[in-house]
Design a protein around this ligand. Structure first.
Ligand code: PLP
Length: 383
């Protein structure tokens, strides 16, 4: 349990509470309906049918055919399968944006790939991508996330795909954060491979999907029982898959209303904090234009404070926030995303990511507006 009662949860990009629809859909599969869907008897067949139905639902909502859905153990596994699996099937140069999540960057590094720069707003530089495609000459995969997990910048996936396809390269997009707010069937439609993760949109943790469109060269990274059309062996996480489908459907039904409501909350939070904290900068929207950002993300750099001290005092006040992406150790590391955006090193020391989600309320925004400016003033005074 947290040491303090939580008064405001602003770390939805790390994970978000389970939606009630997902919890209800999962319950039978954690109880009496326990079959292994690879079996032949009635109990197994029931599990198989549940997976088939979830696959149909997810395919419809992600804009692909059911047999293009590959269930995985989360977003990281989907990204690894996309990068390492396409490289194994068709070796060549892999290009990634410099602001990808480590789940993409590390496999890209493993296969000796290169990165493409972004601008000061966190958006990939299309002319640099075009130049890199020409310079390398043997690019087989371009991977650019649909939206960034630290600053929330939405990427020009369609334009990027057009360039990549012109050079014969396949396209992967990590849509893990984008799937919370955008219609993936539209914004990621031009990508050959699309990764999503259930726990970011209100499904359970440890389950995700790689959409692998028909004809995309892809080798498995995990072999064994041959599940998922030989692309991802391993007994299915039936409850997880059923819960993910229910969460995705609930999210899709509420998406426009939630995006408008939460976007307005985020804007109110931004306005209040920027007016109350001298010299604070909205990292990916220094001019106040948030049109390229996800509605739930507010990323600030606050000069004269250290993120670690800030997060500690916020936690003491029951406010959950983050400095950058969550990493396994929980330790703060310098952000490669801010470095790629050209954020001055002195400013990155005071980075703060506040991410809102489907459960966010006006009361939580009020709480942060009450506490954060005072905490910053206190830390600045102590220097
Ligand atoms: N990609 C992005 C953009 C993310 O934000 C995350 C999670 O933080 C992941 C991939 C990894 O997803 P998972 O936690 O399901 O492994």
């Amino acid at each position: 349990m947290p040491s303090q009662p939580v008064t405001a949860y602003l770390d939805h990009a790390a994970t978000t509470p389970l939606r009630p629809e997902a919890r209800a859909a999962m319950a039978p599969w954690l109880g009496e309906r326990f079959g292994n869907p690879s079996g032949a008897h009635g109990v197994a067949r029931a599990a198989r049918q549940a997976i088939d139905e979830a696959r149909d639902t997810i395919a419809g909502l992600l804009g692909c055919a059911p047999n293009e859905v590959v269930f995985t153990g989360g977003g990281t596994e989907a990204d690894n399968l996309a990068v390492l699996g396409t490289h194994a099937a068709r070796p060549g140069t892999v290009l990634a944006s410099a602001v990808e999540h480590h789940a993409v960057l590390e496999p890209v590094e493993l296969v000796g790939g290169s990165t493409v720069p972004v601008d000061g707003r966190g958006v990939v530089d299309l002319s640099a991508l075009s130049a890199a495609l020409k310079a390398h000459g043997d690019v087989t995969l371009v991977t650019v996330m649909t939206a960034n997990n630290e600053v929330g910048a939405v990427q020009p996936v369609a334009e990027m795909a057009r360039l990549a396809h012109k050079h014969g390269a396949a396209v992967h997009t990590d849509a893990v954060q984008a799937a919370v707010w955008l219609d993936i069937g539209t914004v990621s439609a031009s990508a050959d491979l699309v990764a999503v993760s259930s726990h970011k949109f209100g499904g359970p943790q440890g389950v995700g999907v790689l959409v692998a469109r028909k004809g995309t060269p892809l080798h498995p990274r995990q072999v064994g029982g041959g599940q998922e059309r030989e692309l991802r062996s391993g007994t299915h996480n039936v409850a997880g898959i059923v819960g993910m489908a229910a969460a995705l459907a609930a999210k899709a039904a509420a998406r426009e209303e939630e995006a408008a409501r939460v976007g307005a909350l985020r804007d109110r939070l931004a306005k209040g904090l920027l007016s109350e904290i001298p010299d604070a900068v909205e990292t990916a929207a220094p001019d106040g234009d948030r049109s390229h950002l996800l509605p739930g993300t507010l990323h600030l750099t606050i000069p004269g404070v250290e993120s670690e001290a800030l997060l500690f005092l916020l936690d003491e006040a029951g406010i959950c926030a983050s400095a950058a992406s969550a990493c396994a150790s929980g330790a703060q590391e310098a952000s490669h995303v801010l470095a790629a955006m050209g954020t001055p090193l002195a400013a990155t020391a005071g980075a703060l990511r506040l991410t809102l989600g489907w459960t966010s309320t006006d009361a939580e925004v009020d709480r942060v507006l009450d506490v954060l400016p005072a905490v910053v003033a206190r830390l600045r005074g102590a220097r």
